[in-house]
Design a protein around this ligand. Structure first.
Ligand SMILES: Nc1nc2c(ncn2[C@@H]2O[C@H](COP(=O)(O)OP(=O)(O)OP(=O)(O)O)[C@@H](O)[C@H]2O)c(=O)[nH]1
Ligand SMILES: [Mg+2]
Length: 370
């Protein structure tokens, strides 16, 4: 299930919306024919009002229905929407559209009734003008809501589309430790690149498949890479969105210090993340094994095993040796492709252990013991 606001159509401005409604209404009125003048004018003016009201009402309600309801959205999406545009505003502006649709429908009903009940042509025209005036003023009052939705759509469509049904692994660590390189090396296809709406940072989203199950990996540049006290509210909300996302968090540490941050600083960051994501399993992975001062002792064993594994196929294996560095950390080299297959297997194992039984998947009448 992809997040559907990525596919939302552009939102019209109030001027565009009125233009569209009134020009269609005029065309519809032009098609009306009746030899009796009073009947013809009555039909034409009613058709104008009804067509304009229908077009506006349909457009407004389609927009309300196309925009995902926050009550039914996954928690991650709700947190991201809150961080990026604000959930209260989101609800308010959609409800304004709904309000306008109701008002317009009432105005159309009142004024077509007036037209139907009179035999005087000038009163009919007056009722039509009144209807248009009131409809225009209602649309005018939702102008700022239409604009807000138009701008929010631009922001929201840049967020990553995370599949709620597949496990998601959050990859974090200091800048330059090799997060993107790691996701890219582990991904079977191309990485998807998105943006956080509130910074210039790119989010990378990668996938791999293991025994037909899909796993997603997302990195968090700019979010979990510096001390928490230096952050603003929006970033904190985005971070809390991550809590709802990850089946597992990988904390990447660059022991070569090539990233520009000392091991001590990286460890402080790790401490903060462990506190922040207290409910989530955090796994520490040391990167760039190929440039460590001492190569991991089992480097060639792992390399041989992984090569064999890739040739023979994953069905033959239930285990691969993890690459372990001289400090005892699980390590990998994204550059030379060593340790990745073994780590993939380990990730799958941990995610499986962590996955709670979904109560929805149990047969009716069954309950999961807490
Ligand atoms: N030698 C070596 N270099 C690596 C490895 N992985 C990444 N690098 C290098 O480390 C640098 C940073 O890698 P990125 O993957 O961009 O790091 P990042 O954590 O995504 O960085 P930000 O997105 O800026 O936080 C690049 O110059 C990579 O080429 C590796 O396994 N070995
Ligand atoms: Mg990166």
């Amino acid at each position: 299930m992809k997040v559907s606001w990525r596919a939302l159509p552009t939102v019209l401005t109030k001027e565009e919306l009125l233009d569209k409604a009134y020009s269609r209404a005029k065309k519809a009125a032009d098609r009306v024919d009746d030899s009796d003048r009073v009947f013809r004018v009555r039909k034409q003016l009613n058709r104008m009002i009804q067509t304009a009201a229908d077009i506006l009402g349909t457009y407004l309600m389609d927009t309300v229905n196309q925009w995902p309801s926050l009550d039914q959205s996954p928690q991650f999406d709700v947190s991201m929407i809150d961080a990026c545009v604000g959930c209260d505003d989101y609800r308010h502006h959609l409800s304004m559209l709904q309000w306008a649709a109701n008002q317009i429908s009432n105005i159309a009903a009142q004024n077509t009734r007036k037209i139907t009940r009179t035999g005087r042509i000038e009163l009919m025209h007056e009722a039509r003008r009144e209807a248009y005036g009131r409809i225009s003023s209602i649309v005018g009052r939702i102008g700022s809501s239409l604009q807000w939705l138009g701008e929010s759509r631009e922001i929201l469509k840049r967020l990553p589309s995370i599949d709620q049904l597949s496990p998601c692994i959050v990859v974090c660590g200091a800048p330059n430790v090799g997060k993107s390189a790691f996701i890219s090396a582990l991904s079977s296809g191309k990485m998807e690149v998105n943006h956080y709406p509130f910074t210039t940072k790119q989010i990378h989203l990668g996938h791999f498949t293991f025994r037909r199950l899909q796993y997603q990996m997302v990195d968090t540049p700019g979010l979990l890479d510096r001390p928490m006290h230096k952050r603003n509210d929006i970033e904190m909300q985005a971070i809390s969105a991550l809590e709802n996302l990850g089946s597992l968090v990988l904390f990447l540490i660059d022991e070569s210090e090539n990233c520009g941050m000392s091991i001590e600083e990286q460890n402080n960051l790790l401490e903060e993340i462990l506190q922040l994501l207290a409910e989530t399993t955090v796994m520490i992975i040391s990167t760039k094994a190929d440039i460590h001062e001492n190569r991991p002792e089992n480097w060639s064993t792992v390399k041989t095993a992984e090569t064999e594994y890739l040739e023979l196929g994953e069905e033959q294996y239930t285990e691969l040796p993890l690459l372990i560095d001289t400090n005892g950390y699980i390590t990998i080299s994204a550059l030379e492709n060593v340790g990745l297959e073994a780590l993939k297997m380990e990730i799958v194992r941990i995610v499986k252990d962590n996955t709670p039984v979904d109560p929805m998947s149990l047969p009716e009448g069954w309950y999961r013991a807490e």
